[in-house]
Design a protein around this ligand. Structure first.
Ligand code: ADP
Ligand code: MG
Length: 236
């Protein structure tokens, strides 16, 4: 389709993979329910960013995604909004554990992601919480015990809580590795692999990274299945 090609060229979008859907160039045509559109409107966003436009339709058809785009390109909503739809489709009302798990390298990032999840998930009644080190476990465990749809976690603290057997990842079917390159730089690879062993293999996995070095490529090969790769601009 020439308009798809033109949009990709204009926004420096490169895609690699099979059956890559056309980008969603407006929020209204993205297939999001009114509750989510309302939050987008409230935030004052006029159109999807390129990474959102191209990665949403891939994520929405349940394909694995590797998204390579620099900081500030809107990656968080790129994975959160399809994650919300995934939750709604499953209706896992038993809540014996989260459906969506987002791993992020630092407390600051995890907190920012949680804020986006709370803000954009509110109208859809998506419940979310955050697990990170350097803070008491008590309140984090209490939130988990109440039952949540989305957990945003740093790998270290999540492993601690897994070892305490205070969380089950058996209901996770949408896994996001955000800032994968930074998590590997920080030495989290063994922790990530331990966490992923707790998640059933029938899942959708999305990896977001600003750079694409061989360490990141290797973990992507191990954890993702036939991912579509979306790159914005030139990356190293
Ligand atoms: P990244 O993870 O790629 O660094 P973020 O997801 O943190 O980027 O988004 C950067 C900023 O852009 C945030 O303040 C976010 O709310 C905002 N943002 C996200 N999507 C849009 C959009 N479609 N239009 C305008 N601003 C957006
Ligand atoms: Mg980010």
């Amino acid at each position: 389709d020439p308009s798809t090609e033109a949009y990709r060229r204009r926004h420096e979008i490169t895609v690699v993979g099979d059956n890559v859907p056309a980008p969603i160039t407006s929020f209204e045509t993205g297939g999001f329910p009114p509750e989510i559109l309302k939050e987008i409107q409230r935030a004052g966003f006029s159109s999807p960013t390129p990474i959102q436009a191209q990665s949403w339709p891939i994520a929405l058809q349940s394909q694995d995604v590797v998204a390579i785009a620099k900081t500030g390109s809107g990656k968080t909503l790129g994975y959160l909004l399809p994650g919300f739809l995934h939750i709604k489709r499953l209706q896992n009302s038993t809540r014996s554990g989260p459906t969506v798990l987002v791993l992020a390298p630092t407390r600051e990032l995890a907190t920012q992601i949680l804020e986006e999840a709370l803000k954009f998930g509110r109208s859809s009644r998506i419940s979310s919480t955050c697990l990170y080190g350097g803070a008491p476990k008590g309140p984090q465990l209490r939130d988990l015990d109440r039952g949540v749809d989305v957990v945003v976690a740093t790998p270290g603290r999540l492993n601690d809580i897994l070892e305490m057997r205070r969380i089950s990842l058996k209901q996770v079917s949408y896994l996001v590795l955000d800032e994968a390159d930074r998590m590997l730089d920080m030495g989290f690879e063994p922790q990530i692999r331990k966490i992923v062993k707790e998640i059933p293999p029938r899942r959708q996995t999305l990896m977001y990274t600003a750079t694409w070095p061989k360490e990141v490529r290797r973990i992507a090969e191990d954890l993702l299945v036939h991912p579509v790769q979306v790159t914005i601009g030139n990356v190293d």
